[in-house]
Design a protein. Structure first.
Length: 213
């Protein structure tokens, strides 16, 4: 039979006081910061909001700088090079802006043009003798892809890329009214057109002129 023991009141009070002291000791570790006051919490929240605003402003400034940089880059591209077309060989997209800042020759031709056909061997010869740093492209137009590619294969002008201009839009863009013609693009953005057929030495001379300018 269990006997119920009565603990004297002074002992009970002592035990309760001791338990409370233990609880307080467990919550407050050595060196811990005192609990934040409402004023401290509001101050911290305010600081965080100001920091967030500063970060947002910085992000907006960076975005603005990025837009300005893009605008400046676009302004450096001459208007005549702001076009997009495709390569005859594989239909890949070609961005005319990639020619900005480069010395480039563009041979304008058409698959049905007998003068272009006669000029083709001269172009092949010249393409192998261009000075370093001068790019060379063909620009067939006013025909379909199949006929233009047949011309490339038949006359062996496959040693350089050809930009395709099915309706002559790019011809007009460069101020070419008839073919053949040679477009000279200087690295300073200026464009000059040599109308009519040009022999190999003439093409090389034009390239050397670009390289020297």
């Amino acid at each position: 039979m269990n006997t119920l023991r009565t603990v004297p009141a002074p002992v009970v009070r002592a035990a309760l006081l001791g338990g409370a002291a233990f609880a307080l000791a467990a919550c407050a570790s050595p060196g811990a910061e005192p609990a934040s006051t409402p004023d401290a919490e509001m101050s911290a929240t305010h600081d965080a909001m100001e920091s967030g605003d500063a970060m947002t402003d910085d992000a907006m400034d960076e975005e603005s700088m990025s837009d300005d940089t893009m605008d400046e880059a676009a302004a450096d591209v001459p208007e005549q090079l702001q076009f997009t077309t495709t390569l005859l060989a594989d239909g890949a997209t070609f961005d005319g802006a990639s020619l900005a800042g480069q010395d480039t020759l563009i041979w304008v031709w058409a698959s049905w043009c007998p003068t272009c056909q006669a000029e083709a061997p001269e172009v092949v010869d010249a393409a192998s003798r261009l000075p370093e740093g001068v790019g060379f492209y063909g620009l067939p137009g006013k025909s379909d892809v199949a006929d233009a590619q047949a011309f490339v294969d038949e006359y062996g002008v496959d040693g350089f890329p050809h930009l395709f201009d099915d309706d002559g839009t790019l011809w007009a863009n460069f101020g070419v009214s008839y073919q053949p013609a040679l477009v000279l693009i200087d690295d300073d953005g200026s464009v000059e057109v040599m109308p009519g057929a040009t022999d190999a030495d003439g093409i090389v001379a034009a390239a050397e002129k670009l390289a020297a300018s």
